[in-house]
Design a protein around this ligand. Structure first.
Ligand code: WT7
Length: 660
């Protein structure tokens, strides 16, 4: 069992690692060089957020300057109101106009291995601009107008970045759906966004297997209705059905388009994208991000936290999928404005062998590497021999994101991957925050394994109780943000009430993140995990109710309760307790069928790790499912075995009554 972040871990963690002595020289000068400098800058940024962010925003191109840096009327923030800009312009055109058209923008590596090696593509800013303009013109020719939401469901290919940037260029907000989601999940999102245009691929490569993306889109579009245009990139060459009048091939339609297309001057508060994420109730919610604030926030955090320097030969690699916010912010939008090449890898970390990542780091001389604890734990399990085969000396900064990192994995990352000479930045943030919120700065912050340390500039983070009162260091409570920041979400698409309820109602006057946390005597933050019904599986967010509804929609299931359970690699695994219709009997076949059903309803990431059949779910007298009891039972469970009898559960339930 992996160590978990617990109060016990925090109390016993005394290792502290100052930034390595040669960091300054290796990185070529860091932006913030000491903890004292950080503290002084943080204080100033909190006293005068408008001054701080106004200055940060001046590093970008604006068609029209803003009238006011911030207008804030809880829960609505307007950043750089009156200003007009275009994020695609700031990612691409600006570099070309600044004389850097021939500098590398995007380095891509495909998954499949061939006798001649791997497929690699490199795009300069000038090339990227041409591709983006063609795609933007194609979208316009298909009838996409400013404000129309474009759905993107693609594998990790360069054209995914091109499609995203093309949408930003013409002011059509994108809604990227992770390629691991099912047809039903596509349908839910397309319907909620009322999106009529989908960009997809014939298929995607994943660990040597083909994922039939276009077939999923066909099925999803049939369920959702209203889809009038599908643009299909040929990646894998698998057979697909093209619907005449609706579907077009990228190579036939996009490649013929003119290579110039002006950037639409967008209002700072125009929507840039929607990204669906799971909440504690109901269907996933469409998190809305807007243009100016998100642009400034992601690029400024990327620059500072990874110490991006265009004047040094850096290669930045974030291993996330663009389908998650990490990929939006730290593969595309935050990196390109900093003129450091961003690396995109198509496939799995262990294809064809468990050293694929280290092979990529070595061959491309990656300098900043950003991944999730779940991946680090998998690498630990596969053994040190794989990274040892490679020269990882190019690495300077290592990042972690998505879930609490256990100190054991942190130390392994530091020693085995970083050779003891790379600061680790454990970055806490969320889909809703747009960019990093609590994180070390690599040249400044002494790090402690398992702690995400201190708030970023302009972030007023605190541990509070339900009334909003700040708790003294050492006491666990709710993680709250007390003031607006430029990257914050602007709403949930089509659901104002849920926006207010979820984020601004639990703690009066503050943004509630959904996490429990604790500060140690240094003031460092330790994230304890979600305090709502959201679970974090391999750094991916799922609502327990979402998985429950998927289970209940199976004909055999009467009732289902889903809880998180400790998992060696995933951090949190999914345990499902299920009661069956009388004419269904528990069996391994049924168990497999239920898992398949969940994968079909949501996606493979939502498949329960353990499914237990029971005669009835333990409930309190008032009828509430005793989730804490189920969590305890799941935590002590051997995988896959049924409860001995329901009696055990009901006895436990009686013992626990009143505790929940
Ligand atoms: C939830 C947000 C932000 C990109 C990936 C996940 C957890 C995220 C950390 C971290 C501890 C973390 C939180 C948060 N989380 N980063 N460094 N340490 N926990 O984005 O899907 O919106 O999930 O991930 O629980 O609330 P997301």
């Amino acid at each position: 069992m992996a160590e978990r972040t617990s109060i016990d871990t925090i109390l016993h963690e005394s290792r502290i690692f100052p930034p390595p002595a040669d960091f300054e020289q290796r990185i070529g000068g860091s932006y913030v060089t000491s903890l004292e400098a950080y503290r002084a800058m943080h204080r100033r940024s909190i006293e005068d957020p408008e001054g701080y962010w106004g200055e940060a925003a001046r590093a970008f191109h604006w068609f029209r300057p803003w009238d006011r840096v911030l207008e804030w009327s809880l829960p609505d923030a307007k950043w750089f109101a009156g200003g007009r800009t275009n994020l695609c312009f700031n990612c691409v055109d600006r570099q070309v106009q600044g004389g850097h058209g021939e500098a590398p923008a995007l380095i891509w590596e495909g998954e499949p291995a061939s006798p001649s090696g791997y497929e690699i593509r490199r795009l300069t800013y000038a090339e990227l601009m041409r591709e983006v303009c063609r795609c933007a013109n194609a979208l316009k020719a298909m009838g996409v107008r400013r404000g129309d939401i474009v759905t993107i469901y693609m594998g990790m290919v360069p054209e995914l970045a091109v499609a995203v940037l093309a949408c930003a260029r013409i002011g059509a907000p994108h809604s990227v759906i992770f390629g691991g989601f099912s047809a039903q999940a596509i349908a839910d999102r397309v319907q909620d966004a009322q999106s009529r245009t989908i960009i997809t691929c014939d298929g995607a490569w994943r660990r040597g297997h083909l994922v039939p993306l276009k077939a999923n889109v066909d099925e999803g579009a049939a369920i959702a209705g209203g889809v009038t245009n599908v643009l299909v990139l040929r990646r894998c060459g698998n057979d697909v059905r093209m619907t005449p009048g609706r579907d077009r091939w990228w190579h036939e339609f996009v490649d013929d388009q003119p290579t110039d297309c002006p950037c639409e001057p967008m209002e700072s508060e125009d929507m840039l994208f929607l990204l669906y994420t799971s909440g504690s109730t109901g269907k996933p919610k469409g998190i809305m991000h807007t243009t100016g604030g998100y642009m400034v926030y992601t690029a400024h955090t990327a620059r500072t936290v990874f110490n991006l320097r265009p004047d040094r030969a850096q290669v930045f690699w974030c291993t996330a999928d663009v389908g998650w916010v990490t990929g939006h912010s730290y593969i595309i939008y935050g990196v390109l404005p900093n003129r450091v090449p961003t690396l995109m890898y198509e496939g799995a970390p262990n294809f064809p062998e468990p050293d694929r990542f280290w092979d990529i780091v070595e061959r491309h001389r990656v300098t900043q590497f950003y991944t999730a604890p779940t991946a680090i734990r998998a690498f630990m399990k596969w053994g040190d021999a794989w990274p040892r085969k490679h020269d990882l000396s190019s690495l300077i900064v290592l990042g972690s994101v998505g879930e609490p990192i256990n100190p054991e994995a942190w130390m392994w990352y530091r020693e085995t991957i970083g050779g003891g000479r790379c600061p680790i930045v454990d970055t806490w943030w969320q889909t809703e925050t747009g960019g990093h919120m609590i994180t070390p700065l690599p040249g400044a912050t002494p790090t402690v394994p398992g702690s995400c340390t201190l708030p970023f500039f302009g972030v007023d983070a605190a541990i509070v109780d339900e009334s909003g009162a700040e708790l003294p260091h050492g006491k666990g409570g709710l993680l709250a943000i007390r003031r607006p920041w430029p990257g914050m979400l602007r709403g949930i698409h089509g659901d104002r009430e849920r926006f207010i309820q979820t984020y601004f109602s639990r703690i009066p006057g503050m943004y509630f993140a959904g996490d429990g946390a604790h500060r140690d005597e240094r003031g460092y933050f330790w994230i304890l995990g979600r305090v709502d019904d959201v679970i974090n599986v391999s750094g991916h967010r799922l609502g327990t109710m979402e998985v429950e509804s998927a289970l209940v929609s199976h004909p055999a299931v009467v009732e289902a309760a889903v809880v998180g359970m400790p998992h060696d690699i995933k951090g949190t695994g999914i345990a499902a307790f299920v009661t069956l219709e009388p004419h269904f009997a528990p069996s391994d076949d049924l168990r497999a069928d239920l898992a398949k059903h969940v994968a079909k309803e949501i996606g493979a990431i939502a498949k329960p790790d353990v499914i237990r059949f029971t005669d009835a779910l333990p409930k309190t007298r008032s009828g509430k499912i005793m989730r804490r009891l189920l969590r305890d039972v799941a935590a002590g469970a051997d995988t896959g075995q049924d409860m001995t009898t329901l009696e055990d559960l009901s006895v436990l339930a009686r013992l626990r009554e009143g505790e929940e």
